[in-house]
Design a protein around this ligand. Structure first.
Ligand code: TNX
Length: 517
């Protein structure tokens, strides 16, 4: 009896010891950081956040202070430790977190950062604020998953010590949201922006106009939104962003180091505009609003001068409210535009974009036309087009549908989504290398990658979450981490550990059977 009691006590002791061991991490290399950093060197101790810990930022820059506030806002609800953000001109005393810009750090570029965690202090340094922001994301991922909870959780809030040096492989790490097929409120777009920021993604492409809806206010062509924005797939009420709402989204994204890329798709995918203004049609008659999901049946009238006046007005207004360098002109699936009309149309539209001070971007179909120097081509379907584009000197963003389309079903049991490009399970979405993906295109021709969520079947934020997670962190890692440092077998373990974080953040994610959650 007695021995049995002792062995039970011993087991409990072992469990408690094990438990407290998990609570005080000391091996920085065991943390699940996505994207995987370039270099992690552990020093086998731990640092504890306490109610005396504050966040110090160097210098007087409001931008760095905002990053400090962002960190405090992420830490305070769950830890309850009431972090304050303080400006300082010298390193703070022990026990604090310190964010500092250092233009002399070699080899990490404008988005890289270094973190040093000792048992006395946490310091994040970077050449530019973007790097500090990414360092903050890494720091959050080193803390226990419950740090993501919106309510107070019990500590301790300990970090394993060591150093991290990290910087991205590609400059363009993007996602796309189609707000045309179904409209999503600004708060849903911000939710996606927040999620992207957590994985160091830096470009959000908004597909703002398609056959089923026009979603951005254009003051000189008001019917685009009053008529063209009135509905969506399935026939329910649609919606649109006023220019003020769009500006607010752009600012929200900017504060998270994400550039918004607005797309107005043309000459196809334009039924919403054609239904709003009769004069944009070759026969002078407005089309009916469309709420189905077919593609390739609409076209602007490429032979009418008013069409180019329209495009100039639209891009002029969009350029004013878009600080980012790109305007995306679509150009895909213009099946009812004659090739001899399509080619000069795309040339002329590129000129309109450059005349408003922006760089044109388009789906790979635009490679059939002559690309202006600087035009960016987004590969989605046709490898020949991608090769043709780089042959003309254009850079590529890679969004191959069979790998990077977030609207593709995970498997045959997925109820949402489409599968025209196949099923994209989490491992398939992760396991490819942009630099060797398009035969005949080298890494120098590639700006980066973009994962695209088309929304014919997606109607609300829970459904967005389900298609985006858990695939998004994988695309973030493809864009950030050298392919020589990536393998599915190693990644799936880190991804599995993120499951607790997704839950704490309230993300409705797909429990892929390929991952041990
Ligand atoms: C193809 S990708 C399209 C979109 C659809 C998508 C659905 C591309 C440039 N065009 O219009 O929404 O497939 O997966």
């Amino acid at each position: 009896m007695k021995t049995r009691f002792i062995s039970a006590a011993a087991i409990i002791f072992l469990i408690v010891a094990q438990f407290s061991c998990i609570q005080v991490p000391t091996d920085l290399t065991r943390e699940s950081i996505i994207p995987r950093p370039v270099l992690v060197q552990p020093t086998a101790l731990s640092f504890k956040l306490t109610d005396k810990t504050d966040i110090y930022v160097s210098g007087q820059s409001d931008e760095i202070k905002s990053i400090g506030n962002y960190l405090a806002d992420k830490l305070n609800p769950s830890t309850g430790l009431r972090f304050e953000v303080k400006t300082t001109s010298k390193a703070p005393h022990n026990g604090n977190i310190y964010l500092i810009l250092d233009p002399d750090i070699p080899g990490i570029g404008e988005e890289g950062y270094e973190i040093s965690i000792t048992k006395k202090m946490v310091q994040i340094s970077a050449v530019k604020p973007a790097g500090l922001f990414y360092g903050v994301q890494t720091l959050l991922q080193i803390l226990p998953a419950k740090v993501e909870s919106p309510t107070i959780q019990e500590g301790p809030w300990s970090l394993a010590t060591g150093t991290i040096k990290d910087y991205p492989d590609y400059g363009y790490r993007g996602a796309m949201l189609d707000v045309a097929r179904h409209f999503f409120k600004a708060e849903d777009v911000k939710r996606l922006i927040d999620q992207m920021a957590r994985y160091k993604m830096n470009r959000l492409h908004l597909h703002l106009a398609d056959d089923q809806g026009w979603r951005i206010e254009i003051k000189s062509w008001p019917n685009l939104t009053t008529t063209g924005g009135s509905t969506q797939v399935g026939g329910a009420a649609g919606g649109f962003y006023t220019q003020a709402e769009y500006t607010d989204i752009v600012k929200y994204a900017q504060a998270r180091y994400i550039t918004i890329i607005p797309e107005i798709d043309m000459p196809g995918h334009t039924n919403a505009a054609l239904a709003s203004y009769a004069e944009l049609n070759c026969n002078g008659k407005a089309t009916k609003l469309y709420t189905g999901t077919d593609v390739g049946f609409s076209t602007l009238c490429t032979s009418k001068e008013i069409t180019y006046q329209f495009i100039s007005d639209v891009f002029r207004e969009i350029a004013v409210i878009t600080p980012g360098p790109y305007i995306h002109i679509g150009g895909d699936e213009s099946h009812v535009t004659k090739k001899e009309d399509y080619i000069p149309f795309i040339s002329r539209v590129q000129e309109i974009v450059t005349s408003v001070g922006k760089i044109p971007m388009g789906w790979d179909d635009i490679a059939l036309s002559t690309l202006k120097p600087g035009t960016v081509c987004q590969h989605w379907a046709t490898v020949e087009n991608a090769v043709k584009a780089t042959g003309q000197g254009a850079k590529l963003v890679l969004s191959p549908a069979s790998k990077a389309y977030l609207d593709m079903k995970y498997d045959s049991a997925t109820t949402l989504g489409l599968h025209w490009a196949g099923y994209v399970e989490v491992d398939k979405g992760y396991s490819w290398d942009p630099a060797s993906y398009v035969h005949g295109v080298t890494k120098a021709g590639i700006l980066g990658i973009e994962a695209a969520l088309w929304t014919e079947t997606i109607t609300n934020k829970e459904e967005i979450d389900y298609m985006v997670f858990p695939r998004l962190p994988g695309y973030a890692e493809i864009g950030w981490t050298l392919s020589s440092m990536r393998s599915w077998d190693e990644y799936k373990v880190r991804l599995g550990k993120q499951g607790e974080r997704f839950k704490a953040m309230g993300i409705n994610f797909y429990r892929s059977p390929k991952v041990a959650w």
